[in-house]
Design a protein. Structure first.
Length: 139
């Protein structure tokens, strides 16, 4: 006869909370990567584009500096967000580990694999996005 274990709602809640937080952290990492690649490759994503009514050389230089600054500020914000999420994730990990005991390692590894697969898709999408932005910039 199989062993049936009844789990408390708080135990299952901690697993889902851990997975959701881990997903948010991975999205933060991918957004940081995207913004850093944009800076490295000289590409300006739509959210950072700033339009000036005049097209003088001075306004063009100012426009480029403002767009680069906007991306840099977004990277700083994402790093702060990542640090806060990692702190919450760590506390959730400790709580879940104390609730689940030795089984937690198996659960955590399973959740990590799922989140990593989703994260790989996100990285590919963002890399394709940079390629599309570069192509539209070239034309």
């Amino acid at each position: 006869m199989p062993l049936i274990r009844i789990f408390a709602a708080s135990q299952t809640k901690s697993v889902y909370l851990y997975k959701n937080l881990r997903t948010k952290v991975q999205k933060c990492y991918s957004n940081i990567h995207f913004n850093q690649q944009c800076l490295k490759q000289g590409v300006i994503p739509k959210y950072a584009q700033i339009k000036f009514p005049y097209t003088s050389p001075v306004s063009t230089v100012t426009q480029n500096e403002m767009q680069t600054t906007r991306i840099g500020e977004e990277i700083k914000f994402l790093y702060k967000k990542k640090d806060k999420l990692n702190e919450i994730l760590y506390k959730t990990h400790l709580q879940a580990a104390s609730e689940w005991g030795k089984i937690w390692d198996l659960i955590r590894n399973n959740r990590h694999n799922n989140v990593n697969r989703e994260s790989e898709k996100k990285y590919r999408l963002l890399d394709n996005k940079i390629t599309r932005i570069k192509e539209t910039k070239a034309t």
